[in-house]
Design a protein around this ligand. Structure first.
Ligand SMILES: Nc1ncnc2c1ncn2[C@@H]1O[C@H](COP(=O)(O)OP(=O)(O)OP(=O)(O)O)[C@@H](O)[C@H]1O
Ligand SMILES: [Mg+2]
Length: 512
């Protein structure tokens, strides 16, 4: 019997202007967890799309064999019929359908053309149980958080009798607890004989879970390792990914924090857009100094994003109460435009829904918050627009053949860099970035951190909303810890540790 479930030989996939995969070969053993690592744009997602038939057989060169047989997939449906399942970087459930409808969508068994809905609901329970999701199968998917949606995707794969499960950055939108649960589930599936390929930028997870690791760089396979036999470390993976040694994860240049408050928020409460009595953020008070980097930490759902978005011209919430002072003056922003006019900038955590216009070019996406600056008497200076976009392409190392490329064609991490560029070009004094390094590779993270540090050196101020505690500790002058809609406490850089942040997040606050 063949030891390998998947064999890829000399695979080359070219898009206009981009050689996404360049003679890639790698093998996946039956029953193992195989992790794919590589920088943003290295070709990881493309490789998995080729393997699973998202990119049809006639669109690439090379050979893919599944269970010893050369594949000839024309659509993803063909690979599903072979018991392969791919869960994409951006989730692909139908948001307005229920859990059980999503589980069985596209492969509903009928009897004489009739669907037995009750049976589907009952059957779906067994898969939900398996993935540890304790939800009513009739729940509408969009009402659940990303972590749970992820589990529905896996339940869907299991309902199709999957042999090879491909997960493209499954934990990038999950909190630590959810991620840990997902990794346990993948391990359980492995014990049941399911092979798994996982793409991840979180190298600690890779080290925890992988039996084998393959590293891609610029569309080429650099190396494959057997984790048990070979002496693999995070440092080695990073070195192979970026092609050089990286001794520091954070830039260590120092900056001076000023004395003036550029932003002061007092007793700020925010109410849910659909349930106007529900307080999502309660009595938040905090301040940001000139030249300071603040981090807002806490588990997902803590209210951090809602707080920031509501401050940014009521971009969230039905109403809010409290006071906001910018440069010492009380402001009443009604729209994000008002906030931008007073020097605030906000980079959303949800780049697909709020951050980018996917069908537009990289250039247009970068310039569209700064059109005034790029125009003279109402006419956009196209040359200047291109030049600015080119500058960011270079300084943030955005991987795209030209700035005229449609954003949708960029890899996940490179899309994130476009969102950041747009905010940088608008040149705010108060720069709020929500999960700025989600889905970003270690090398590019360092570049983004350096840019944020440069901003505060110029006297600007930065707020980082992050679920990654090392990021908060490595970057911030002060950390506010949020949970359950409350600011639970504050830590200086010197006192901060992961334990302290976690304890603070879970601390009970006396109701008054
Ligand atoms: N449909 C497409 N059209 C044009 N170019 C594409 C398309 N899909 C991917 N590319 C390009 O192929 C290269 C590899 O992209 P891919 O999405 O595979 O990267 P990745 O390794 O998954 O990166 P990330 O970690 O950022 O998700 C990138 O340069 C990307 O812009
Ligand atoms: Mg990708």
């Amino acid at each position: 019997m063949n030891e390998y479930i998947l064999e890829v030989q000399n695979l080359t996939k070219v898009f206009p202007g981009v050689r996404a995969l360049d003679n890639v070969s790698f093998k996946v053993k039956k029953g193992e967890i195989h992790c794919l690592c590589g920088e943003n744009g290295a070709g990881k997602s493309t490789l998995m799309k080729v393997v699973s038939g998202v990119h049809p057989h006639d669109s690439f060169n090379g050979k893919v064999s599944f269970n010893g047989k050369e594949t000839n997939y024309k659509t993803v449906k063909d690979s599903e019929n072979d018991n392969m399942a791919i869960i994409h970087q951006e989730l692909a459930l139908s948001p307005y359908l229920t859990i059980f409808e999503n589980i069985f969508l596209g492969h509903i068994k009928t009897k004489h053309g009739i669907i037995n809905w009750n049976k589907l609901i009952i059957d779906s329970r067994q898969y939900l149980k398996k993935v540890g999701l304790n939800e009513n199968p009739e729940t509408i998917v969009s009402k659940m958080g990303v972590g749970k949606q992820q589990l529905v995707e896996i339940a869907r794969a299991l309902s199709k009798n999957v042999e090879l499960l491909i997960l493209d950055e499954p934990t990038s939108s999950l909190n630590d607890n959810e991620s840990e649960k997902l990794l346990l589930l993948i391990n359980e599936l492995k014990n049941e004989g399911i092979t798994c390929i996982m793409i991840s930028h979180k190298l600690n997870e890779v080290m925890e879970i992988a039996d084998s690791i393959t590293i891609l760089r610029d569309g080429q396979t650099i190396n494959s390792y057997d984790v048990k036999k070979d002496n693999v470390s995070e440092e080695l993976i990073i070195k192979q990914m970026v092609g050089r040694d990286m001794t520091h994860r954070f830039p260590d240049q120092t900056h001076d924090v000023g004395t003036i408050n550029v932003l002061e928020v007092k007793d700020w409460s925010v109410f849910h857009p659909e349930y106007p009595d529900l307080e999502v953020v309660r009595n938040a008070s905090f301040h940001l100094k000139q030249g300071e980097i603040l981090a807002f930490c806490g588990p997902m759902g803590a209210g951090r994003t809602e707080l920031m978005m509501s401050l940014f011209g009521k971009a969230y919430g039905s109403r809010s109460t409290g006071q906001v002072f910018v440069h010492g003056r009380e402001e009443h922003f009604h729209t994000p435009k008002d906030a931008i006019a007073k020097g605030m900038g906000y980079v959303s955590e949800d780049r697909k829904d709020l951050g980018l216009i996917l069908i537009q070019s990289v250039k247009n996406n970068i310039s569209n918050s700064s059109l005034k600056k790029l125009s003279y008497m109402g006419i956009i200076n196209k040359g200047k627009e291109t030049l600015e976009a080119e500058n960011y392409k270079k300084s943030l190392n955005i991987k795209t053949p030209t700035v005229n490329q449609i954003v949708n064609n960029l890899s996940g991490g490179n899309q994130q860099k476009v969102v950041l560029s747009r905010c940088l070009l608008a040149d705010p004094d108060i720069f709020i970035v929500d999960e700025p390094t989600r889905g970003i590779d270690v090398g590019a993270k360092y570049e983004i951190y350096s840019i944020l540090k440069d901003l505060v050196k110029e006297g600007k101020s930065v707020i980082i909303v992050t679920s990654e505690m090392p990021e908060a500790i490595g970057m911030a002058d002060r950390i506010y810890v949020m949970n359950e809609g409350l600011i639970k406490g504050e830590l200086s850089r010197a006192e901060a540790s992961q334990e302290k942040i976690m304890t603070m997040a879970l601390k009970k606050i006396e109701e008054n």
